[in-house]
Design a protein around this ligand. Structure first.
Ligand SMILES: Cc1cc2nc3c(=O)[nH]c(=O)nc-3n(C[C@H](O)[C@H](O)[C@H](O)COP(=O)(O)OP(=O)(O)OC[C@H]3O[C@@H](n4cnc5c(N)ncnc54)[C@H](O)[C@@H]3O)c2cc1C
Length: 456
């Protein structure tokens, strides 16, 4: 059975059937499916029990090789256990070699120039194999989008362009630093405390503050940091966007969280203690970062939708296995019961809807990118991207929930992945905006559309 869902190939055929590269898009998707299944999925599947067994074996081996209790051997074994807990670097290298980071970027920038919906199909596949690995590249992509449209608008410094090229080539990984610990994430643009002050008689800014719940906190080489550069006045919230590289004096990782979800992705706090950056680090124009942030999040939400669709599909596939081949009630498999069949139909529809909305939003994004001044495209694009994220994150939660339930009590055993999927689905619920914020955004745009058609 192919790791790629038939719905993925159908949609790509529907969108690009007449395109000269349609066959190569399908081939690329199949090849990426093999990589995701054989490398990413198998690395992610190593359960905590397996890891613990590995560490014990390794410890026993090292101790047996020492004549007496060897403290160093113990330390080495513990260090190795930590290493075993991670996705091997080799897996990340293969994803980069495949070209995933630069897949949807233009050839002049060093990208593969593959249509955005095909990139989403690959991200969906990655999300099916491992939400942790998926979110690593999705977040980096959100940053890259912010750099790309500023580059295309002629607003990115040479330094910014060189970072963008390195990200596209997969030589660097990025993080997106918006959320802060002192305010609700949903209201961060209004309550942001992190400040960037122009350096007196200098050519740059000094940034002070902290950022919370930042994905890739330990693994990213560079972050886009949102900071207040002036007091809010009316619609102008006075926020600017900066590139800050790891290793810049005053910039360090604070608390790193152990979490119950996406455990192979690093999440934590960034501290900025009078970090000096030059004018070149400013992305675009000062004071315009709310607009940049919304553009980054509009594309980022489609990537989250793709990952969530992948998780929903995985939970659905596992549900079907239990329902069709798993335990029985008397002499009946669960799939023969009406309630189970209704759930299958419901999940199937929700996943199809999530995927359709995601690829459609991805297609609209490419239309909007080419017509950024067109307000009508903007409204439809924002409705589609926010809607796709909302639909797919809820589809993932629903499928994971049903999977836990169909397993019954055995769902709570650690080796059973159902509960892990369910916990992973919360990343998509919270990450890049909670449902209420998405609903507000969609309704706001629908009202604008309504008023426009009424001429008011
Ligand atoms: C795994 C993970 C990775 C993340 N990675 C990043 C990252 O890389 N970079 C980054 O900057 N941030 C990141 N975040 C933070 C994420 O963007 C925030 O979680 C998100 O913006 C929501 O903010 P919050 O968690 O503070 O929830 P809040 O905004 O406090 O919302 C909590 C609850 O309040 C209610 N609520 C909120 N707004 C409304 C409303 N308008 N109407 C009605 N009810 C409402 C809802 O019930 C909501 O669930 C990450 C979060 C997670 C979980």
């Amino acid at each position: 059975m192919s790791y790629i869902a038939s719905g993925q190939t159908h949609l790509i055929r529907m969108m690009y059937g007449g395109h000269p590269n349609h066959d190569s898009f399908q081939e690329m998707l199949q090849t990426f499916g093999q990589l995701a299944e054989s490398k990413v999925l198998s690395a992610e599947k190593r359960t905590e029990t397996e890891r613990a067994q590995d560490s014990l074996k390794s410890l026993a081996l090292q101790m047996s090789q020492s004549e007496k209790y060897d403290q160093q051997a113990l330390k080495t074994a513990i260090a190795q256990t930590k290493e075993n807990e991670k996705i091997p670097d080799e897996v990340y290298r293969q994803i980069v070699d495949f070209g995933l980071p630069g897949m949807a970027f233009s050839e002049p920038l060093g990208g593969l120039e593959i249509p955005y919906p095909v990139f989403m199909a690959c991200l969906e596949t990655l999300g099916k194999a491992s939400p942790s690995v998926g979110v690593r590249y999705a977040i980096s992509n959100t940053v890259m989008e912010g750099l790309r449209f500023n580059y295309e608008a002629g607003q990115l410094s040479e330094y910014g362009e060189s970072i963008l090229r390195e990200l596209i080539a997969g030589e660097k990984l990025a993080g997106f630093a918006l959320t802060e610990g002192s305010a609700a994430g949903s209201n961060i643009m209004k309550e942001m405390i992190t400040r960037a002050v122009p350096i007196k008689n200098g050519n740059g800014y000094r940034i002070t503050g902290s950022k919370m719940f930042i994905t890739n906190v330990e693994t990213a080489d560079v972050f886009t940091v949102f900071a207040r550069t002036s007091e809010p006045s009316g619609d102008d919230l006075g926020i600017s966007l900066f590139l800050v590289e790891k290793g810049t004096p005053g910039f360090r990782v604070g608390q790193v969280f152990e979490k119950r979800t996406v455990e192979n992705s690093s999440l934590g706090e960034l501290i900025l203690d009078e970090v000096e950056v030059s004018q070149e680090n400013l992305v675009g124009k000062a004071g315009c970062a709310v607009q940049y942030g919304m553009r980054m999040l509009n594309s980022g939400r489609i990537t989250i939708a793709a990952l969530a669709t992948g998780l929903a599909q995985r939970a659905f596939d596992e549900y079907m296995e239990v329902a069709v081949e798993g335990k029985k009630l008397g002499d009946q498999h669960l799939i023969e019961l009406d309630r189970t069949r209704a759930r299958v139909a419901e999940m199937s529809m929700e996943i199809h809807a999530a995927r359709d909305m995601t690829y459609h939003a991805a297609w609209l994004k490419t239309q909007f990118d080419a017509n950024s001044d067109n307000r009508e495209f903007l409204r439809d694009y924002v409705i589609a991207s926010n809607g796709a994220k909302l639909k797919a994150s809820l589809a993932a939660q629903q499928a994971c929930d049903h999977l836990v339930k169909i397993w019954g009590a055995s769902a709570i055993i650690k080796e059973n992945p159902a509960m892990k999927h369910s916990l992973d689905s919360w990343l998509y619920y919270f990450g890049e905006a909670v449902p209420e914020v998405l609903e507000n955004t969609i309704a706001h745009m629908e009202v604008k559309k309504y008023k426009k058609t009424k001429g008011s």
